[in-house]
Design a protein around this ligand. Structure first.
Ligand code: C5P
Length: 402
């Protein structure tokens, strides 16, 4: 969820500032870009050099930089607009009060006032300061502006006292952010199973039967589902594609149709939506040679047997899942696709016609017709696979939320 996001971390002068080194590390590990703005007093609690090394960006403390005898201006407006999310942690009583009243006397405050993104603040102070009506008024004011409070925890405080006011731990801040940023997404709380890529059916230890599927469509569907808030199980045959670390996608690598079948059935009961986008081999060699098959004079016959139809088997077992299949057709397209929709007990089928140039697998584009179980049909133009994935999700989301 945080991957690729621009996160602006504002650090103010409390002892909890030392914990921001861990927070920056976790944000970077989650794939975010991080820039740090800190107040002068924060610099007494945590070293700007440490934060600049961890965030891989210069740490900004003042409007003006003085380096090698030359002066440069830190543009608070640009910084504020750069951010997808701003976190002020630790947020001291002083900074919270300035935020609540628009006091603009340092770079952090000017950046806060320029930011148009969601702003989160994690208060940190002693228990009596935390409870003071003035601090409470700051919290209320800031929340009325739409800023989001990451409540302090209870525990031992730097003063030696025990009570509420400890800044939330970095892991808790990350969990809070992810939960909050995903709460309004249309697939939030949904589990999605997607199959992708080809299958390889072994002939002998070095040879297999396969097909030209690249896996692009399935991976794109998975990526977009994750961005829409879903937890995704992506069961993929051999491809050159990968998923980002720490994304909401759990990649399960398989080779054969039987392995794909087993992996799908292992997870199917717990999912809300399943999309079979894999190009599964319909047949596999009946016997896999244990040694490499030697060349001989004359022809070689390999006996094939049917692979299980994964989609069909999921249709048979379906309870509340919204089940979607693909149909790649060359003739009688619409009729064949409607037949599959019914026979496999699907909620929708996505038809590609090989007669359409740029459709089908292997390429970077596709042209689809979406057909639901009520035989409502929607035909789309030739589009890139990311655009097609987005159309497919839009159709599915309107139906699962109806
Ligand atoms: O019947 P046909 O193979 O044309 O159906 C295609 C759809 O069925 C695709 O969604 C594909 O992923 C799925 N399929 C499957 N298992 C198979 C063959 C196809 O899940 N063995």
């Amino acid at each position: 969820m945080l991957s690729g996001k621009n996160i602006l971390l504002g650090i103010t002068g409390g002892i909890a500032a030392y914990k921001t080194t861990f927070l920056v590390r976790l944000l970077i590990k989650a794939g975010a870009q991080v820039k740090v703005v800190m107040t002068q007093s924060a610099g007494s609690f945590v070293s700007p050099l440490t934060l600049s090394t961890l965030s891989k960006n210069p740490v900004l403390m003042d409007f003006i930089n003085q380096e090698d005898g030359s002066l440069s201006w830190n543009n608070h407006v640009e910084l504020g607009l750069w951010a997808d999310v701003m976190i002020i942690a630790p947020a001291t009583a002083n900074t919270l009060s300035k935020m609540a009243h628009g006091t603009c006397d340092n770079l952090l405050m000017a950046t806060y006032l320029s930011a148009k993104c969601p702003v989160y603040f994690a208060p940190a102070m002693d228990l009596d300061m935390y409870k003071h009506p003035s601090t409470k008024a700051s919290f209320d004011n800031l929340q009325s502006f739409g800023n989001i409070m990451i409540p302090a925890e209870s525990g031992e405080l730097a003063s030696g006292l025990h009570g509420e006011g400890r800044m939330a731990e970095p892991e808790a801040i990350i969990q809070f952010l992810i939960k909050d940023l995903t709460k309004d997404l249309p697939l939030n709380g949904k589990q999605v199973l997607i199959t992708a890529g080809p299958t390889h059916e072994a002939i002998d230890p070095v040879r297999f039967l396969g097909n030209r599927s690249s896996g692009t469509m399935g991976f794109e569907l998975a990526k977009q589902a994750a961005n829409l808030g879903a937890q995704v199980i992506l069961v993929s045959g051999p491809t050159n594609l990968s998923v980002l670390e720490n994304s909401n996608i759990d990649l399960v690598n398989v080779t054969s149709a039987q392995e794909m079948y087993d992996a799908c059935h292992e997870h199917y009961d717990q999912v809300d939506v399943a999309i079979c986008a894999a190009a599964v081999a319909d047949y596999r060699p009946k016997n896999i040679a244990t040694e490499k098959i030697k060349k001989k004079d004359g022809d070689l016959n390999i006996e094939l047997e049917r692979n299980p139809d994964i989609l069909f088997s999921l249709g048979e077992k379906k309870k509340n899942q919204f089940l979607v299949g693909f149909a790649l057709e060359t003739e009688n397209e619409l009729e064949n696709a409607k037949g599959k929709l019914k026979r496999k007990n699907l909620d929708a089928i996505i038809l590609n016609s090989l007669k359409d140039e740029g459709a089908g697998f292997g390429g970077s584009t596709n042209k689809i017709t979406f057909i639901d179980k009520n035989l409502e049909i929607k035909t789309f133009g030739l589009k890139t696979k990311p655009e097609v994935a987005s159309d497919i999700w839009e159709e599915i989301i309107t139906r699962i939320h109806a």
